[in-house]
Design a binder for this molecule. Structure first.
Ligand code: PLP
Length: 388
Protein backbone atom coordinates (compact mmCIF):
# COMPACT_ATOMS: atom_id res chain seq x y z
CA UNK A 1 0.00 0.00 0.00
CA UNK A 2 1.23 3.47 -0.79
CA UNK A 3 2.77 5.23 -3.71
CA UNK A 4 3.04 3.69 -7.14
CA UNK A 5 6.62 3.31 -8.28
CA UNK A 6 6.49 5.31 -11.47
CA UNK A 7 9.41 7.51 -10.37
CA UNK A 8 12.98 6.36 -9.67
CA UNK A 9 13.40 8.71 -6.72
CA UNK A 10 16.68 9.69 -5.11
CA UNK A 11 16.98 8.93 -1.39
CA UNK A 12 16.53 12.46 -0.09
CA UNK A 13 13.64 14.70 0.99
CA UNK A 14 13.82 18.46 1.33
CA UNK A 15 12.01 20.41 4.00
CA UNK A 16 13.07 23.99 3.33
CA UNK A 17 14.46 26.12 0.55
CA UNK A 18 15.86 29.59 0.14
CA UNK A 19 17.23 31.06 -3.09
CA UNK A 20 19.38 28.41 -4.80
CA UNK A 21 19.67 26.33 -1.61
CA UNK A 22 17.58 23.39 -0.42
CA UNK A 23 17.79 21.85 3.04
CA UNK A 24 17.06 18.19 3.84
CA UNK A 25 15.46 16.76 6.96
CA UNK A 26 18.90 16.43 8.62
CA UNK A 27 19.64 20.13 8.10
CA UNK A 28 22.16 19.51 5.27
CA UNK A 29 22.24 22.20 2.55
CA UNK A 30 22.31 21.41 -1.17
CA UNK A 31 23.06 23.68 -4.13
CA UNK A 32 20.04 23.33 -6.41
CA UNK A 33 21.20 23.41 -10.04
CA UNK A 34 17.89 22.01 -11.32
CA UNK A 35 15.19 24.25 -9.77
CA UNK A 36 12.53 21.54 -9.94
CA UNK A 37 13.36 20.97 -13.63
CA UNK A 38 13.23 24.64 -14.67
CA UNK A 39 10.30 25.50 -12.41
CA UNK A 40 11.65 27.72 -9.61
CA UNK A 41 13.23 30.49 -11.69
CA UNK A 42 13.02 32.94 -8.78
CA UNK A 43 14.49 30.31 -6.48
CA UNK A 44 12.94 28.93 -3.31
CA UNK A 45 10.91 31.03 -0.86
CA UNK A 46 11.12 34.19 -2.96
CA UNK A 47 9.37 36.86 -0.83
CA UNK A 48 7.27 38.19 -3.75
CA UNK A 49 5.96 34.69 -4.50
CA UNK A 50 5.29 33.91 -0.84
CA UNK A 51 3.46 37.22 -0.39
CA UNK A 52 1.24 36.72 -3.47
CA UNK A 53 0.43 33.18 -2.39
CA UNK A 54 -0.40 34.16 1.20
CA UNK A 55 -2.45 37.20 0.28
CA UNK A 56 -4.51 35.37 -2.34
CA UNK A 57 -4.95 32.30 -0.11
CA UNK A 58 -6.51 34.51 2.53
CA UNK A 59 -8.86 36.15 0.03
CA UNK A 60 -10.16 33.58 -2.49
CA UNK A 61 -8.85 30.23 -3.78
CA UNK A 62 -11.28 29.12 -6.44
CA UNK A 63 -14.45 30.17 -8.20
CA UNK A 64 -14.94 28.67 -11.66
CA UNK A 65 -14.37 29.51 -15.30
CA UNK A 66 -18.16 29.97 -15.38
CA UNK A 67 -17.38 33.44 -13.98
CA UNK A 68 -14.92 36.19 -14.80
CA UNK A 69 -11.58 35.85 -12.99
CA UNK A 70 -9.83 39.25 -12.90
CA UNK A 71 -6.42 37.77 -11.96
CA UNK A 72 -6.66 35.51 -15.04
CA UNK A 73 -7.51 38.49 -17.27
CA UNK A 74 -4.51 40.50 -15.95
CA UNK A 75 -2.17 37.58 -16.37
CA UNK A 76 -3.39 37.06 -19.96
CA UNK A 77 -2.74 40.74 -20.73
CA UNK A 78 0.72 40.59 -19.20
CA UNK A 79 1.68 37.44 -21.12
CA UNK A 80 0.28 38.83 -24.38
CA UNK A 81 2.20 42.08 -23.92
CA UNK A 82 5.47 40.28 -23.23
CA UNK A 83 5.04 37.68 -26.00
CA UNK A 84 3.50 39.77 -28.78
CA UNK A 85 0.58 37.32 -29.02
CA UNK A 86 -3.11 38.13 -28.55
CA UNK A 87 -4.96 35.48 -26.57
CA UNK A 88 -4.28 33.16 -23.63
CA UNK A 89 -5.85 29.95 -22.38
CA UNK A 90 -4.78 28.72 -18.92
CA UNK A 91 -4.40 25.14 -17.74
CA UNK A 92 -2.41 23.27 -15.09
CA UNK A 93 0.66 21.79 -16.77
CA UNK A 94 2.90 21.69 -19.80
CA UNK A 95 1.24 18.62 -21.25
CA UNK A 96 -2.13 20.36 -21.00
CA UNK A 97 -0.75 23.47 -22.69
CA UNK A 98 0.38 21.27 -25.59
CA UNK A 99 -2.96 19.43 -25.62
CA UNK A 100 -4.64 22.81 -26.05
CA UNK A 101 -2.18 23.65 -28.83
CA UNK A 102 -2.90 20.35 -30.59
CA UNK A 103 -6.65 20.94 -30.33
CA UNK A 104 -6.46 24.49 -31.67
CA UNK A 105 -4.22 23.28 -34.53
CA UNK A 106 -6.82 20.70 -35.49
CA UNK A 107 -9.51 23.41 -35.43
CA UNK A 108 -7.30 25.43 -37.79
CA UNK A 109 -7.02 22.40 -40.09
CA UNK A 110 -10.76 21.77 -40.08
CA UNK A 111 -11.42 25.46 -40.76
CA UNK A 112 -9.30 25.04 -43.90
CA UNK A 113 -11.42 22.05 -44.96
CA UNK A 114 -8.93 19.31 -44.02
CA UNK A 115 -10.92 16.31 -42.74
CA UNK A 116 -8.08 14.71 -40.76
CA UNK A 117 -5.40 17.34 -40.14
CA UNK A 118 -1.93 16.25 -39.05
CA UNK A 119 0.84 17.97 -37.09
CA UNK A 120 4.55 17.82 -37.91
CA UNK A 121 6.73 17.01 -34.87
CA UNK A 122 10.43 16.12 -34.47
CA UNK A 123 12.77 13.35 -33.43
CA UNK A 124 13.91 13.53 -29.78
CA UNK A 125 11.13 15.98 -28.95
CA UNK A 126 9.45 16.00 -25.55
CA UNK A 127 5.94 17.41 -25.27
CA UNK A 128 4.44 15.61 -22.25
CA UNK A 129 2.91 12.36 -21.01
CA UNK A 130 -0.78 12.53 -21.94
CA UNK A 131 -1.80 10.34 -24.88
CA UNK A 132 -1.64 13.11 -27.48
CA UNK A 133 1.55 14.68 -26.14
CA UNK A 134 3.37 11.38 -25.72
CA UNK A 135 2.45 10.60 -29.32
CA UNK A 136 4.00 13.95 -30.30
CA UNK A 137 7.06 13.12 -28.17
CA UNK A 138 9.91 11.63 -30.21
CA UNK A 139 11.12 9.06 -27.71
CA UNK A 140 10.23 5.39 -28.08
CA UNK A 141 11.00 4.68 -24.41
CA UNK A 142 8.28 7.12 -23.34
CA UNK A 143 5.85 5.65 -25.89
CA UNK A 144 6.59 1.98 -25.19
CA UNK A 145 3.64 0.08 -23.77
CA UNK A 146 1.04 2.69 -24.62
CA UNK A 147 -0.05 1.68 -28.10
CA UNK A 148 -2.35 2.51 -29.77
CA UNK A 149 -0.90 6.01 -30.07
CA UNK A 150 -2.95 8.79 -31.63
CA UNK A 151 -3.17 9.29 -35.37
CA UNK A 152 -2.47 12.72 -36.77
CA UNK A 153 1.29 13.20 -36.32
CA UNK A 154 4.16 13.14 -38.79
CA UNK A 155 7.83 13.27 -37.77
CA UNK A 156 11.00 14.84 -39.17
CA UNK A 157 14.57 14.87 -37.83
CA UNK A 158 15.09 17.87 -35.48
CA UNK A 159 17.10 20.58 -37.21
CA UNK A 160 16.62 19.16 -40.71
CA UNK A 161 14.88 21.99 -42.56
CA UNK A 162 15.03 20.33 -45.97
CA UNK A 163 13.11 17.26 -44.74
CA UNK A 164 10.55 19.44 -42.96
CA UNK A 165 10.08 21.42 -46.16
CA UNK A 166 9.66 18.28 -48.27
CA UNK A 167 7.09 16.90 -45.80
CA UNK A 168 5.11 20.15 -45.74
CA UNK A 169 5.04 20.22 -49.54
CA UNK A 170 4.09 16.55 -49.87
CA UNK A 171 1.39 16.56 -47.18
CA UNK A 172 -1.41 19.07 -47.75
CA UNK A 173 -3.19 17.62 -44.69
CA UNK A 174 -0.66 19.26 -42.33
CA UNK A 175 -2.18 21.96 -40.12
CA UNK A 176 0.76 22.84 -37.83
CA UNK A 177 4.38 22.30 -36.81
CA UNK A 178 5.08 21.78 -33.09
CA UNK A 179 8.70 22.34 -32.04
CA UNK A 180 10.93 23.16 -29.04
CA UNK A 181 13.36 26.07 -29.67
CA UNK A 182 15.87 24.11 -27.56
CA UNK A 183 15.16 20.45 -26.93
CA UNK A 184 15.30 20.04 -23.16
CA UNK A 185 14.64 16.40 -22.29
CA UNK A 186 16.19 15.54 -25.67
CA UNK A 187 19.62 16.65 -24.37
CA UNK A 188 19.70 20.47 -24.28
CA UNK A 189 19.90 20.74 -28.06
CA UNK A 190 19.40 24.26 -29.45
CA UNK A 191 17.77 24.49 -32.88
CA UNK A 192 20.50 24.95 -35.47
CA UNK A 193 20.99 28.42 -36.98
CA UNK A 194 18.17 29.23 -39.39
CA UNK A 195 15.96 26.27 -38.47
CA UNK A 196 13.19 28.17 -36.67
CA UNK A 197 13.20 31.03 -39.18
CA UNK A 198 13.03 28.42 -41.96
CA UNK A 199 10.05 26.71 -40.30
CA UNK A 200 8.40 30.13 -39.90
CA UNK A 201 8.69 30.73 -43.65
CA UNK A 202 7.40 27.23 -44.45
CA UNK A 203 4.36 27.78 -42.22
CA UNK A 204 3.64 31.17 -43.78
CA UNK A 205 3.75 29.71 -47.30
CA UNK A 206 1.52 26.73 -46.46
CA UNK A 207 -0.84 28.60 -44.06
CA UNK A 208 -0.07 26.18 -41.25
CA UNK A 209 0.59 27.10 -37.63
CA UNK A 210 4.04 27.38 -36.11
CA UNK A 211 3.62 26.22 -32.51
CA UNK A 212 6.55 26.63 -30.12
CA UNK A 213 6.73 24.45 -27.03
CA UNK A 214 8.47 26.79 -24.58
CA UNK A 215 7.36 24.88 -21.49
CA UNK A 216 11.02 24.50 -20.49
CA UNK A 217 12.71 27.37 -22.38
CA UNK A 218 10.14 30.05 -21.47
CA UNK A 219 9.89 32.60 -18.62
CA UNK A 220 13.43 33.93 -18.73
CA UNK A 221 15.31 30.64 -18.82
CA UNK A 222 17.29 31.34 -22.01
CA UNK A 223 18.09 34.98 -21.24
CA UNK A 224 14.97 36.43 -22.87
CA UNK A 225 11.41 36.01 -21.64
CA UNK A 226 10.92 33.53 -24.49
CA UNK A 227 13.63 31.79 -26.50
CA UNK A 228 12.16 32.98 -29.83
CA UNK A 229 12.84 36.57 -28.77
CA UNK A 230 16.50 35.91 -29.62
CA UNK A 231 15.38 35.90 -33.28
CA UNK A 232 14.67 39.37 -34.68
CA UNK A 233 11.07 39.87 -35.80
CA UNK A 234 10.11 36.26 -35.10
CA UNK A 235 6.65 35.38 -33.72
CA UNK A 236 5.09 31.93 -33.36
CA UNK A 237 1.36 31.46 -34.00
CA UNK A 238 0.97 29.40 -30.84
CA UNK A 239 3.13 29.23 -27.71
CA UNK A 240 2.91 26.71 -24.86
CA UNK A 241 4.16 27.57 -21.39
CA UNK A 242 4.19 26.03 -17.92
CA UNK A 243 7.15 25.12 -15.66
CA UNK A 244 8.66 28.52 -14.73
CA UNK A 245 5.38 30.42 -15.04
CA UNK A 246 4.20 29.67 -11.49
CA UNK A 247 7.59 29.19 -9.76
CA UNK A 248 6.11 26.02 -8.23
CA UNK A 249 2.34 26.46 -8.33
CA UNK A 250 0.84 24.37 -11.14
CA UNK A 251 -0.07 26.58 -14.08
CA UNK A 252 0.26 26.20 -17.83
CA UNK A 253 -0.75 28.48 -20.67
CA UNK A 254 -1.34 28.30 -24.41
CA UNK A 255 -1.02 31.66 -26.17
CA UNK A 256 -1.96 32.38 -29.77
CA UNK A 257 -2.27 35.20 -32.25
CA UNK A 258 -5.70 36.79 -32.77
CA UNK A 259 -6.72 34.70 -35.78
CA UNK A 260 -5.88 31.41 -34.08
CA UNK A 261 -7.18 32.44 -30.64
CA UNK A 262 -10.60 33.11 -32.20
CA UNK A 263 -10.88 29.36 -32.97
CA UNK A 264 -11.44 28.69 -29.25
CA UNK A 265 -15.04 29.86 -29.22
CA UNK A 266 -17.29 29.04 -26.22
CA UNK A 267 -17.38 25.31 -25.51
CA UNK A 268 -14.34 24.33 -27.60
CA UNK A 269 -12.07 23.72 -24.61
CA UNK A 270 -12.08 24.03 -20.84
CA UNK A 271 -10.76 22.94 -17.48
CA UNK A 272 -12.02 23.11 -13.89
CA UNK A 273 -8.85 24.34 -12.20
CA UNK A 274 -7.07 26.15 -15.04
CA UNK A 275 -6.42 29.84 -14.45
CA UNK A 276 -7.81 29.93 -10.92
CA UNK A 277 -7.32 33.01 -8.73
CA UNK A 278 -4.52 31.52 -6.62
CA UNK A 279 -2.18 30.34 -9.38
CA UNK A 280 -2.83 33.43 -11.51
CA UNK A 281 -1.97 35.76 -8.60
CA UNK A 282 1.29 33.87 -8.10
CA UNK A 283 2.17 33.80 -11.81
CA UNK A 284 1.46 37.54 -12.01
CA UNK A 285 3.89 38.11 -9.11
CA UNK A 286 6.49 35.94 -10.89
CA UNK A 287 6.22 37.97 -14.11
CA UNK A 288 6.15 41.33 -12.29
CA UNK A 289 9.25 40.40 -10.31
CA UNK A 290 11.05 39.14 -13.41
CA UNK A 291 10.30 42.42 -15.20
CA UNK A 292 11.14 44.70 -12.26
CA UNK A 293 14.41 42.93 -11.54
CA UNK A 294 15.34 42.25 -15.20
CA UNK A 295 15.76 38.56 -14.39
CA UNK A 296 15.99 37.34 -18.01
CA UNK A 297 18.97 39.66 -18.64
CA UNK A 298 20.54 38.43 -15.40
CA UNK A 299 20.04 34.83 -16.59
CA UNK A 300 21.76 35.72 -19.88
CA UNK A 301 24.79 37.16 -18.03
CA UNK A 302 25.02 34.31 -15.52
CA UNK A 303 24.55 31.71 -18.27
CA UNK A 304 27.42 33.19 -20.28
CA UNK A 305 29.64 33.09 -17.17
CA UNK A 306 28.59 29.52 -16.38
CA UNK A 307 29.32 28.26 -19.89
CA UNK A 308 32.65 30.12 -20.06
CA UNK A 309 33.80 28.69 -16.73
CA UNK A 310 32.63 25.19 -17.65
CA UNK A 311 34.57 25.42 -20.91
CA UNK A 312 37.70 26.69 -19.14
CA UNK A 313 37.61 23.91 -16.58
CA UNK A 314 36.04 20.98 -18.43
CA UNK A 315 36.51 21.27 -22.18
CA UNK A 316 39.75 19.26 -22.04
CA UNK A 317 38.23 16.41 -19.99
CA UNK A 318 38.23 13.25 -22.08
CA UNK A 319 34.58 12.53 -21.19
CA UNK A 320 33.31 15.98 -22.25
CA UNK A 321 32.09 16.04 -25.86
CA UNK A 322 30.26 19.38 -25.88
CA UNK A 323 29.18 22.22 -23.59
CA UNK A 324 26.14 24.05 -24.93
CA UNK A 325 22.94 25.88 -24.15
CA UNK A 326 21.47 29.33 -23.87
CA UNK A 327 21.04 31.47 -20.78
CA UNK A 328 20.70 29.21 -17.75
CA UNK A 329 19.73 26.13 -19.74
CA UNK A 330 23.05 24.33 -20.07
CA UNK A 331 24.04 20.85 -21.23
CA UNK A 332 27.37 19.05 -20.84
CA UNK A 333 27.39 16.14 -23.25
CA UNK A 334 29.55 13.23 -22.12
CA UNK A 335 31.09 10.46 -24.16
CA UNK A 336 29.69 7.65 -21.98
CA UNK A 337 26.63 7.18 -19.81
CA UNK A 338 27.71 8.62 -16.45
CA UNK A 339 26.53 5.76 -14.22
CA UNK A 340 25.85 6.95 -10.67
CA UNK A 341 26.83 10.56 -11.35
CA UNK A 342 23.61 12.14 -10.07
CA UNK A 343 23.82 10.01 -6.89
CA UNK A 344 27.47 10.97 -6.38
CA UNK A 345 26.58 14.66 -6.87
CA UNK A 346 23.85 14.29 -4.25
CA UNK A 347 26.43 12.92 -1.78
CA UNK A 348 28.42 16.08 -2.46
CA UNK A 349 25.29 18.21 -1.84
CA UNK A 350 24.85 19.19 -5.49
CA UNK A 351 21.55 18.72 -7.33
CA UNK A 352 22.01 18.10 -11.05
CA UNK A 353 20.21 16.05 -13.69
CA UNK A 354 21.27 13.79 -16.54
CA UNK A 355 18.99 13.64 -19.57
CA UNK A 356 19.12 11.82 -22.92
CA UNK A 357 21.34 9.23 -21.16
CA UNK A 358 24.62 11.18 -21.22
CA UNK A 359 23.94 14.91 -21.07
CA UNK A 360 24.40 16.64 -17.71
CA UNK A 361 21.60 19.20 -17.58
CA UNK A 362 21.90 22.37 -15.49
CA UNK A 363 18.78 24.47 -14.90
CA UNK A 364 19.60 26.50 -11.78
CA UNK A 365 17.29 29.21 -10.43
CA UNK A 366 17.62 32.31 -12.61
CA UNK A 367 18.53 34.41 -9.55
CA UNK A 368 21.82 32.52 -9.11
CA UNK A 369 24.85 34.73 -8.42
CA UNK A 370 28.43 34.37 -9.62
CA UNK A 371 29.72 33.00 -6.30
CA UNK A 372 27.15 30.19 -6.49
CA UNK A 373 28.10 29.52 -10.11
CA UNK A 374 31.69 29.09 -8.93
CA UNK A 375 30.54 26.51 -6.37
CA UNK A 376 28.55 24.69 -9.06
CA UNK A 377 31.48 24.63 -11.50
CA UNK A 378 33.88 23.49 -8.75
CA UNK A 379 31.48 20.69 -7.80
CA UNK A 380 31.19 19.49 -11.40
CA UNK A 381 34.97 19.62 -11.89
CA UNK A 382 35.43 17.43 -8.80
CA UNK A 383 32.73 15.02 -9.92
CA UNK A 384 34.27 14.57 -13.34
CA UNK A 385 37.80 14.41 -11.93
CA UNK A 386 36.69 11.32 -10.01
CA UNK A 387 35.97 9.80 -13.42
CA UNK A 388 39.26 10.75 -15.05
C1 PLP B 1 8.23 19.42 -19.02
C2 PLP B 1 7.85 19.61 -20.44
C3 PLP B 1 6.54 19.33 -20.89
C4 PLP B 1 5.51 18.68 -19.99
O1 PLP B 1 5.15 19.48 -18.93
P1 PLP B 1 4.33 18.82 -17.69
O2 PLP B 1 4.03 20.01 -16.83
O3 PLP B 1 5.26 17.85 -17.05
O4 PLP B 1 3.13 18.19 -18.25
C5 PLP B 1 6.23 19.62 -22.20
N1 PLP B 1 7.14 20.15 -23.03
C6 PLP B 1 8.39 20.43 -22.65
C7 PLP B 1 9.35 21.05 -23.62
C8 PLP B 1 8.79 20.17 -21.34
O5 PLP B 1 10.05 20.42 -20.97
Amino acid sequence: MGLMHNYARLPVAFVHGEGVWLQDSDGRRYLDALAGIAVCGLGHSHPAVTRALQEQAGRLLHTSNLYRIPAQEWLAETLCTISGLDGAFFCNSGAEANEAAIKIARLHGHAKGIAEPRILVFSNAFHGRTMATLTATGNFKIQAGFAPLLPGFLRAPYGDLATAQALVQANPDLCAILVEPIQGEGGVRPAPEGFLAGLRALCNDADILLMLDEVQTGIGRTGQFFAYQQLPGFLPDVLSLAKGLGNGVPIGAMLANARVAALFSPGKHGTTFGGGPLVCAVAQAVLDTMQQEAIPAHAARMGAILRRKLRERLAAHHQVVDIRGMGLMVGIELRDKPEGLVERALEKALLINVTAERVIRLLPPLIIQEGEIDLLVEGLVELLRERA
